[in-house]
Design a protein around this ligand. Structure first.
Ligand SMILES: *Cc1c(COP(=O)(O)O)cnc(C)c1O
Length: 428
C-alpha cells in the first residue's frame, strides 16, 4: 500500500494545508522554469542566495571544471588551492583586519562557529564567566540549536523550543531607520548600552545583522548604531560578531554592510551569496586579535570545530568564480540601478505608502519591503503574484523582494508592479 502522505517534507510548511508546490525544472537568469512551460520571475532569488540568477554559464563551468579535478577532500591536516585562494580573496575584500577564515557548510553552522570562537576566546583570555551572547530582538541567526537561542525569542519562530534552549541576553531591536539623524539613534544606543552595563561580565559577544535584520522582518537600522556598537563592545570587553549571511555580497548596496559604518567586527560570518548560491557553504572570518588567543603550546587551546565538508573544493571554486563575476561585471553598479528602481517604484509611490493596509515601505540596496499592518493583509498574495508571472514568498507581515543582481530594470518593475497591484489594484 502506498503511504497516503507525501514523502518530501517542506520547510516551515504546514503539510496538511499547504497547496501543491510548483515543480521547478530549470532556470535562467532571474527566471524559474516550471513544468508545463510556465516561467516565474524570482523576486527572492531562492532565499537571497542566487545572486547571479539561475544557470549562469561561468558558475556552471567552474563547477564542472572543479568536478573533473577534485570534488572533495578533508581540510583536517590537508590543504588545497581552492580553499587557500578563497581564504586569501575573502581577507582581501572584507573589512581591514579580518585576516583569518574558517569554513563551514551553512549560515547556521557559520554562526555556531562564531559563537564557539567567541566563547573559547574569552576562556583562553581568562574570562570563562563570559559565556553568554548578547543578541537583538528581531534577530535571526539560523535554525540550529545554538542559533535558535539567539533568534528573537518572542516574534521568532522558535518559541516552542524555549525550554530546550540555553539562555542569552537580548537588547531591544533598533528602531531608527537607515538615514536617521544621529539624535534619532540615541534611544537605540542607550538601550544597547544599558544591556551591556547590566550583563557585560557574562557576555562573550554581541551578535548583530548589521543594518538589515533580514528574516526578523527586514528591519533596517542606521550606520551610526553599528558604529556605536563597535565602541560599546570595546568599552565593555565584548567581541562584536557581524552576521552578514544575508547582507554580505552587495545586498545593502555595498559589498558588506559593515562598510556603510566603516567598522571591522571581531568576527564576521558569510554564507548565502558566498557561492552565488550554487552550493551551500559559509565562512567565519576573525581578526588577528581573536586568532592569536588560540595560539599556545597546549593542543587543547586549538579551535575545537571541524565540519566534514568545510572548505569543499567545489564550493570554494564556485565562490571564487562568483567573486570574479561580481567584480568584473560591476555588480555594485547593477545593485545601484536596482535600488533606483525600487526607490522610484515603491518609496516614491504615495498611494502605496498611504494605503490603509500598509504600515511602512523600506528600501536598502537591492532589498525592498512593504510591511503590511497584519499578516492577513497578505493572504493570497502568492497565488496572485504567480498569475502575474512572479514568484513572491512573503512571511508574516512582510511582502519583500531581494532579487538576483542580474535582474534587469524592466524585470524589477514587473516585480514591484505586482507587489503594488496587490494593494492598489487587486482585481487586475
Ligand atoms: C539565512 C540566514 C542564516 C542561516 O543560514 P542557513 O544557511 O540557512 O543555515 C543565518 N543568519 C542570517 C542573517 C540569515 O539570513
Amino acid at each position: 500500500m502506498p503511504h497516503p502522505y507525501p514523502t518530501l517534507w517542506h520547510p516551515y510548511a504546514q503539510m496538511q494545508t499547504q497547496p501543491k508546490a510548483p515543480r521547478v525544472v530549470g532556470g535562467r537568469g532571474a527566471w524559474l522554469h516550471l513544468e508545463d512551460d510556465e516561467a516565474l520571475l524570482d523576486a527572492t532569488c531562492s532565499w537571497w542566495c542566487m545572486i547571479h540568477g539561475y544557470g549562469h554559464p561561468r558558475l556552471v563551468n567552474a563547477l564542472k571544471a572543479q568536478a573533473d579535478t577534485l570534488c572533495h577532500v578533508m581540510l583536517g591536516g590537508l590543504t588545497h588551492d581552492p580553499a587557500q585562494q578563497l581564504a586569501d580573496a575573502l581577507v582581501r575584500i572584507t573589512p581591514e583586519g579580518l585576516n583569518h577564515v574558517f569554513f563551514s557548510d551553512s549560515g547556521s553552522v557559520g554562526m555556531e562557529v562564531a559563537m564557539k570562537m567567541a566563547v573559547q576566546y574569552q576562556v583562553q583570555r581568562g574570562h570563562p564567566e563570559k559565556h553568554r551572547m548578547l543578541s537583538l530582538m528581531r534577530a535571526y541567526h539560523g535554525d540550529t540549536t545554538g542559533c535558535m537561542a539567539v533568534c528573537d525569542p518572542e516574534e521568532g519562530m522558535h518559541s516552542l523550543f524555549a525550554g530546550f534552549l540555553p539562555r542569552h541576553h537580548f537588547a531591544p531591536a533598533p528602531t531608527a531607520p537607515f538615514d536617521a539623524p544621529r539624535e534619532a539613534v540615541e534611544a537605540d544606543i542607550a538601550a544597547l548600552r544599558q544591556a551591556l552595563e547590566r550583563h557585560h561580565h557574562e557576555i562573550a559577544a554581541l551578535l548583530m545583522e548589521p543594518l538589515l535584520q533580514a528574516a526578523g522582518g527586514l528591519n533596517m537600522t542606521s550606520p551610526h548604531y553599528v558604529r556605536t556598537a563597535r565602541k560599546l563592545c570595546d568599552e565593555f570587553g565584548v567581541l562584536l560578531v557581524f552576521d552578514e549571511v544575508a547582507t554580505g555580497f552587495g545586498r545593502t548596496g555595498k559589498c558588506f554592510a559593515a562598510e556603510h559604518a566603516d567598522v571591522t567586527p571581531d568576527i564576521m560570518v558569510l554564507s548565502k551569496g558566498l557561492t552565488g548560491g550554487y552550493l551551500g557553504h559559509a565562512a567565519t572570518l576573525a581578526t588577528s586579535r581573536v586568532y592569536e588567543a588560540f595560539l599556545s603550546d597546549d593542543p587543547g587551546h586549538a579551535f575545537m570545530h571541524g565540519p566534514t565538508f568545510m572548505g569543499n573544493p567545489l564550493a570554494c571554486r564556485l565562490a571564487l568564480e562568483s567573486l570574479a563575476i561580481f567584480e568584473e561585471e560591476d555588480y555594485l553598479g547593477k545593485i545601484a540601478t536596482l535600488n533606483d528602481v525600487l526607490r522610484h517604484e515603491l518609496l516614491e509611490d504615495t498611494a502605496l505608502r498611504q494605503h490603509s493596509d500598509v504600515d511602512d515601505v523600506r528600501v536598502l540596496g537591492a532589498t525592498a519591503v512593504i510591511e503590511a499592518k497584519a499578516a492577513e493583509c497578505l493572504e493570497g498574495v502568492q497565488a496572485f503574484a504567480r498569475q502575474h508571472g512572479v514568484w513572491l514568498r512573503p512571511f508574516g507581515r512582510w511582502l519583500y523582494t531581494m532579487p538576483a543582481y542580474v535582474t534587469t530594470p524592466d524585470e524589477m518593475r514587473q516585480i514591484t508592479s505586482v507587489m503594488k497591484a496587490w494593494f492598489l489594484d487587486p482585481d487586475q
